[in-house]
Write a protein that binds this ligand. Structure first.
Ligand code: GDP
Length: 479
């Protein structure tokens, strides 16, 4: 349960915000999504387009001519890693361009935006400023919230039950064997704890790799951030057998570590970062799941439902309440929309809507408004047409990444091709039903190879609907 000091901590930090924010308001934008959903690309593209005033016709402040400019500023909290914007941009503008390294841990970046307000009194006060604080963090970490309400014994029961289900025997076999070989009532020792934790991590990783997009807590076991190898991550679920839980036993040791993980890792993340966000974008690699098939789509839905549980209020569980009260807008974005023709973009949005519908149905998101969008932070394809028989088919033109395979051809990362990507179905429900995957020609492409430059000599990063995303997330703060 939340302690009074937690509550106080949040209240005080909110106060501090308003105290220092008298002159410049601060909008904290959270960017999350499961591993490889596209967080790094989204943030890099967003920052670059704001800094260079890119092509953003759907972003009202820029379209109205009220946007004056943006610059990077020092982030106020020096203890959190900075989002490596320059490094990521360098990768994208290298020769040849490469995709930057993905998100592994939390990082932040502050942009200061200068604009002319559209309000009637703005003429008297001159240009306005807004601090846009972007917080990038792995969606996997959100899966840990329920742990705050579970004791070690309760969590262990759940986790062991799942590991023993027939469908998971392959993935869990090693971990269960390691458990069998361990006497948990014996005196606590680190090598045993490490062996069990490592077998448990392998099991979690395998569950993930088996086509599954969903992940299981603890979130840091898959994405440890800076905690790799630290004792807080060296635990595993254990059966509770009588007499085995005495002080000094292995059981007691792992129970302590589990509690330490909650107190020192999970709770501070939610209290210090998550609870202070004003807006949130949740990125979803919808196309990858569609391409894999109905099982993956259902799995993604499950994963999203647990991720999104963190944004719901009025939850029976009071521990969630203080963590979800600020966010007033959530944007769901299906990323990598440049993998389908633009005629499928609206369908992609409809599919994403359907994916998050379950999570949304049960309760509103803490009173927050939500929206779904199909977008690409960086567009790595262009569009054309091919004639096949008597038909004209819409195509994508792009360079498949080295090693990508389609119809028996392996690509070398240098050859541009035109392909018919396939159509997304008009009826999203069919995707969740048993059957074959949508017949998409889904290849991963290299980043755009030839980038235009604007009048100031800055590269122009092409995107899809990034301007709409931006307008929804920050436009009203610049009205
Ligand atoms: P995350 O930081 O783990 O969420 O993921 P990244 O942003 O690093 O994206 C993972 C990979 O997805 C990248 O290396 C790209 O190959 C691909 N990707 C991400 N965003 C886009 C996009 O907008 N267009 C295309 N074509 N690929 C993308």
């Amino acid at each position: 349960p939340t302690t009074i000091t937690d509550e106080l901590g949040i209240a005080l930090s909110n106060l501090a915000d308003t105290a220092t924010g008298v002159l410049t308001p601060t909008l904290r934008l959270g960017v999350t999504g499961l591993s490889r959903a596209g967080k790094t690309i989204f943030i890099t593209a967003l920052v670059h387009n704001l800094l260079t005033q890119g092509r953003l016709p759907g972003f009202a402040p820029l379209a109205d001519g009220r946007f004056i400019g943006a610059r990077l500023a020092e982030y106020p909290d020096a203890t959190i890693p900075r989002f490596a914007y320059e490094q990521h941009l360098a990768a994208l503008s290298a020769n040849p361009p490469v995709w930057p390294e993905s998100t592994r841990r939390i990082s932040q970046l502050r942009l200061v935006l200068k604009f002319q307000s559209a309000k009637w009194w703005a003429g008297m006060t001159g240009p306005a400023m807004l601090n846009l604080d972007i917080v990038d963090y792995p969606g996997e970490w959100l899966l840990d919230l329920p742990l705050l309400g579970l004791s070690f014994a309760e969590w262990s029961t759940e986790a062991l039950e799942r590991a023993r289900q027939p469908g998971h025997t392959d993935e869990a076999a090693e971990f269960l064997a390691a458990l069998d070989q361990t006497d948990i009532s014996e005196e606590a020792n680190d090598p045993d704890a490490e062996r069990l934790a490592s077998a448990f991590t392998t099991y979690l990783r395998r569950s993930r790799e088996h086509g599954a997009l969903s992940t299981l807590p603890p979130g840091r076991f898959l994405l440890p951030g800076d905690l790799e190898g630290s004792p807080a991550l060296t635990f595993a679920p254990l059966p509770r057998t009588s007499g085995a839980t005495a002080r000094g036993s292995l059981y007691a040791m792992l129970e302590n570590r589990y509690e330490a993980y909650k107190a020192q890792v999970v709770r501070p993340f939610f209290r210090d970062h998550f609870a202070r966000l004003d807006r949130q974008v949740v990125l979803v690699d919808t196309l990858r799941a569609l391409n894999t098939g109905p099982a993956a789509v259902n799995d993604l839905e499950t994963a999203l439902t647990s991720v999104l549980a963190c944004f719901r209020q009025g939850e029976a569980n009071p521990i969630l309440r203080p963590f979800s009260r600020r966010i007033d807008r959530i944007l769901f974005a299906a990323t990598k929309a440049d993998h389908v023709h633009h005629t499928s973009h609206d369908r992609l949005e409809a599919i994403l809507n359907r994916l998050v519908a379950n999570a949304r149905k049960r309760a509103s998101f803490a009173g927050a408004e939500t929206k779904s969008i199909a977008m690409a932070g960086i567009r790595s394809t262009s569009e054309g047409t091919i004639r096949e028989g008597g038909d004209t088919l819409p195509t994508l033109v792009g360079t498949p990444l080295n090693g990508e395979i389609l119809d028996g051809t392996t690509y070398d990362g240098r050859t541009e091709i035109a392909l018919f990507p396939g159509d997304l179905p008009a009826r999203p429900d069919s995707l969740f039903e048993n059957g074959s995957p949508v017949a998409l020609n889904f290849l991963r492409f290299t980043p755009p190879q030839k980038l235009e430059r604007n009048a100031s000599g800055d590269i122009v990063l092409p995107h899809i609907r990034l301007d709409r995303a931006l307008d929804y997330l920050i436009g009203d703060w610049m009205a």
